[in-house]
Write a protein that binds this ligand. Sequence first.
Ligand code: ADP
Length: 460
Amino acid sequence: MVRTLAFRLTLWYAIIFTLSACLAFLIFYLMITSFFREQTDSDLLKQVGVFTAVLNADGIEAVESLAEREAQASGERKIFFRLLYPTGISFSSSNMSFWRDIGVTRASIDNIMDGTAYVYETISIPQKKQRVRIIYSAIGSGIILQLGYSMENITGFFQAFQKVFIPGMLALIIMSAGFGWFMAKRALVGVGAVTRTARNISAGRLEERVPVPGKGDEIDQLANTFNAMLDRIEQLVAGIKEIGDNVAHDLKSPITAMRGAAEVALTTGKSRADLERMGAETIEACDHLLNMINTMLTISKTEAGVEEWQTRELDIDEIVQDACELLDALAAERSIKLRCEATANTHILGDISMIQRMVANLIDNAIKYTPTGGRIHVATRLGADDRVVITVQDTGIGIPRDDLPHIFDRFYRCDPSRSTTGAGLGLSLVKAVAEAHKGRVEVNSTVEQGSLFKVTLPTK
Ligand code: ADP
């Protein structure tokens, strides 16, 4: 729980919210304090002005009685006056019984005597838990006024403020945590759905998909990416299953043939000729199996790049010509005209036996899938970007459009009735070899008209 994203988000939300609220309170507090202080200071200053005017107009007695009256009118606990000599000795004051503890600050008097117009100070009275703001100012020659205002109102305000601050903050923290939790949970609903789906998939339900909320947000992206990944995995699993099925199917025929031959030899044939026939059939079936297994291994190794190759400079024209010569007899057997036109006149870097197998597979297919009397044209030329292009074109049965994207897949065979031999591995090997040599293979085909296979390889 503590490690969940929702918890951490909530925590962050609550911390940021609390800090922001504290900051807002602090600013509010400072603003109110400075407002009160300025207000008090300007009131004090105004009073000083009144006293100065009265002293100038009516003399010191008038000032003394004004002080008396002012203190009584505002309340003797709210305001006090002292008239002082420059020595700091008081010669007149309002009723000071409440303000007994407040003396005269020598430094302030000295400041005034040095010519400062007025000096403010704030004094705390410990026993009374309140503060007082005091102004000193010379109101006439040799007469200094000490005037104090109780800051009781402000103190009261701050005590009330403190009382609401702590419970208020607590309520805010709880609220922000609750809100944060709610928001985090809401935002993470989609993640929960992905997790649930992933869990179901681990339990074997590969067809499940994460619901996409459709808000176009990050959760949508996550769900879409996850679903796309699942599509791909499902496709791969289906592919692997198909390969498995195909392998099983292709193993079945030769093994059944071997078993059949052995059974016949055991039950009916007793002569040496029968046993020899069984041996020959078994060898043939085994060869077929071994061939298939070896090709599969070669394709896998080639694709994974772990096949140990002997890479060297190869004359591609020579390889293509040799392959044509080798397979010419097979073509002739079916009255197919095989024409070779190797004019690339260049070299590639590669493994001779792999390149030979690649070319032979393409020509072999062309022969296999071209009816009697057809034509095959094999050619090499130098293409764009200094690449060698090997083409094998036939006038055969062609490949249906729907099959074209799959013919390079392992074990893929178009309608099996079209040919009886082959395991559907030939073109996979061609593709694996071409790609391992940093090349590619393409096909163009029209049913009943023929096919054109084109391999492009980089020159050395
Ligand atoms: P196979 O062992 O069946 O020949 P390949 O991998 O060589 O397997 O070819 C896959 C499928 O592509 C074949 O089953 C065949 O139907 C089709 N194919 C390959 N080459 C040709 C071609 N030249 N003409 C028509 N169809 C072809």
